[in-house]
Design a protein around this ligand. Structure first.
Ligand SMILES: [Zn+2]
Length: 131
């Protein structure tokens, strides 16, 4: 399967994405990209999954206002978008798959000994820091 390209600020998420690769359509994901927005222009949507030919680009917002988003929020957004590679519409099946992917991500937080899932992300680095 082709590799997923990660933006520098989302490379930390590879260990999570890889842990759930049997649950979603890994070969359909082209890129996973993090972005920041101005606190003055915070969009209602915090992530998206955009079709690029026969593959998808996943975009995840990494800030909320002036703060970096919490790890658990970003993982939920990522699980939601990856579930779209299997179930495009927001059906119960999509929600169940989101939950299954998020469960895998939670197991990674155990393996990685993440002390607090509400830690704020250091967006350009895998390390996490306290709020
Ligand atoms: Zn969605």
């Amino acid at each position: 399967m082709p590799d997923i390209q990660y933006s520098k600020n989302m490379r930390w998420s590879k260990v999570y994405v890889d842990s759930a690769k049997d649950l979603f359509n890994h070969s359909k994901v082209r890129r996973i990209r993090g972005y920041k927005v101005s606190p003055l222009h915070q969009p209602a949507q915090d992530a998206s999954c955009i079709s690029k030919g026969n593959r998808y680009d996943v975009h995840v917002c990494l800030n909320y206002g002036t703060e970096q988003r919490m790890l658990e929020d970003v993982l939920f957004a990522l699980a939601h978008e990856l579930a779209h590679t299997v179930h495009w519409d927001h059906t119960s099946k999509h929600l169940i798959l989101t939950a299954e992917i998020l469960r895998q991500f939670a197991l990674v937080t155990i393996a990685e000994q993440v002390p607090d899932t509400q830690l704020r992300l250091v967006s350009d680095h895998r390390r996490l820091r306290l709020r």
